[in-house]
Design a protein around this ligand. Structure first.
Ligand SMILES: *Cc1c(COP(=O)(O)O)cnc(C)c1O
Length: 453
């Protein structure tokens, strides 16, 4: 099929008869200008496949390498998830959570308490990851208040971290990536540590890093916390894998040190497992890489298997009791769609599938398959590093990715990827077959080679 090139005129006057034309200038897409790069139209999705159509009319039947941003771990139109959602629709779709409770919420909370590290016994159901982070930060401050430390209202966060797009969550994101300078007076000033030193997955399945770099980072951590103890409520971090801030894998020793230093200085440790949770890094939760139990944990993204927006915050009885025994008593949050029954019922079914499908074998299989299918990328001129952790594969370039060109080239090889900055990466659905995983590695390598050499 001949490829149409957009004339300047058609760029300003989109064809309103097409979906992409109707979208243009009407809808904002994530972190994109209103008149930005044309999206691909989704014609259908099933299993690990996305049926896409480009603005020029070209159609693709693509293997999904993104799990719709870490979420669709069991694939699209999963029969078990479809059934759970439909069954709950037949009972009731939504009821307020103020003064009411229901089976899907209670069952999901019980399941989450069982699944998460021991001691996380109390659950707040939020409507997105960013909101779960907001609630976690709020809870940390309320906890310190309850413990008689009203001045502890700031947070210690990591450079290169990402925790969401609402204002308090933005304040603990990397200050440069988080565009703090754009909203100077609106973003609380937090305390930051450098990115923890990189770690690499070893053949024996452990993560190894340079010992002296780790020791130096821990010194900075100890120093910084000592200098700011009286004003810090908590340390917040993504355990072992920083996602949207650069797909950076770091030494578990740094996570263990954060736990120890937090304890020594009366800070809480908040683990943001929104991207890493539910088996993605090869452990059920990434905290397990360091045997660390946080005081507060946030989960989201894969929670409903990518069906509906839902997140959760869990905490220990010590944290919950500090709030309950304070004069306020309540945790000051309560969204309209809190504990949405459709989302909770689907989440329960998704957690069932993790066990039924054997997430550990799925993750180990994906890890090995991506390691071999992405290995050839390491030999490319434009590639600085190829790294794997669990069911995550990252190709880091030594230049910014030409995103539209690499996306299109990968689609021409039958793979849907969404690169950012200098990274082309994949976190495929857990149900991906050996041939899907081979196609993903080959498609990414071919696209990078074609566009960047
Ligand atoms: C995606 C993400 C969030 C924000 O979740 P949303 O559902 O997009 O609000 C927070 N923290 C981490 C680590 C994430 O990856």
């Amino acid at each position: 099929m001949p490829k149409l090139t957009l004339s300047p005129a058609s760029r300003t006057e989109p064809d309103r008869r097409t979906l992409i034309g109707r979208d243009k200038g009407l809808l904002w897409h994530p972190y994109a200008p209103l008149d930005g790069e044309a999206p691909y139209a989704v014609r259908g999705a099933g299993g690990t496949r996305l049926e896409l159509e480009a603005a020029d009319g070209t159609r693709f039947d693509a293997v999904d390498a993104m799990s719709s941003w870490w979420s669709a771990i069991h694939g699209y139109r999963n029969p078990a998830l479809d059934r759970a959602l439909l069954e709950q629709t037949g009972r009731f779709s939504h009821v307020m959570f103020g003064g009411l409770t229901h089976e899907p919420a209670v069952r999901l909370a019980e399941r989450l308490v069982e699944l998460t590290p021991a001691g996380l016994d109390h659950v707040f159901l939020a409507d997105s990851g960013s909101v779960a982070v907001e609630v976690a930060l709020k809870l940390a401050v309320q906890c310190q208040l309850g413990l008689g430390r009203p001045r502890r209202t700031r947070f210690l966060a990591l450079r290169g971290g990402y925790h969401g797009d609402t204002f308090a969550a933005m304040s603990v994101c990397d200050p440069i990536d988080g565009m703090h300078a754009t909203f100077p007076s609106l973003i609380a000033e937090q305390v930051f540590l450098p990115r923890p030193p990189a770690a690499r997955l070893q053949p024996d399945g452990t993560l190894a890093a340079d010992r002296s770099e780790v020791a130096a980072w821990i010194c900075i951590l100890e120093d910084t916390v000592a200098r700011h103890t009286d004003e810090l409520a908590a340390i917040i971090l993504e355990p072992v894998l920083q996602g949207a801030g650069g797909m950076h894998v770091y030494a578990p020793e740094c996570l263990a040190a954060a736990r120890r230093v937090a304890d020594e200085h009366g800070l809480l440790l908040i683990a943001d497992e929104i991207a890493t949770g539910f088996g993605r890094t090869g452990k059920m939760f990434a905290c397990e890489w360091a045997g660390v139990i946080p005081d507060i944990m946030c989960v989201g993204k894969a929670l409903t298997g990518g069906y509906l927006t839902l997140a959760a915050m869990l905490c220990t009885p010590r944290v919950a009791n500090a709030v309950t025994q304070s004069p306020l008593r309540a945790l000051l949050h309560g969204p309209t769609f809190m504990a949405n029954p459709l989302a909770c019922a689907t989440a329960c079914a998704s957690l069932d599938l993790l066990t039924e499908n054997g997430w550990q074998e799925q993750s180990a299989r994906a890890s090995a398959a991506l390691a071999s299918s992405l290995a050839p990328a390491a030999a490319l001129e434009s590639v600085r590093d190829v790294r794997i952790l669990g069911a995550v594969g990252v190709v880091e370039l030594n230049c910014a990715v030409d995103i539209p060109a690499v996306t299109r080239a990968a689609l021409d090889h039958g793979v849907w990827v969404r690169p950012f900055r200098n990274l082309v990466y994949t976190m495929p659905p857990y149900i991906s077959s050996a041939s899907d995983l081979a196609a993903i590695g080959a498609g990414i390598t071919a696209a990078v080679a074609l566009v960047h050499g």
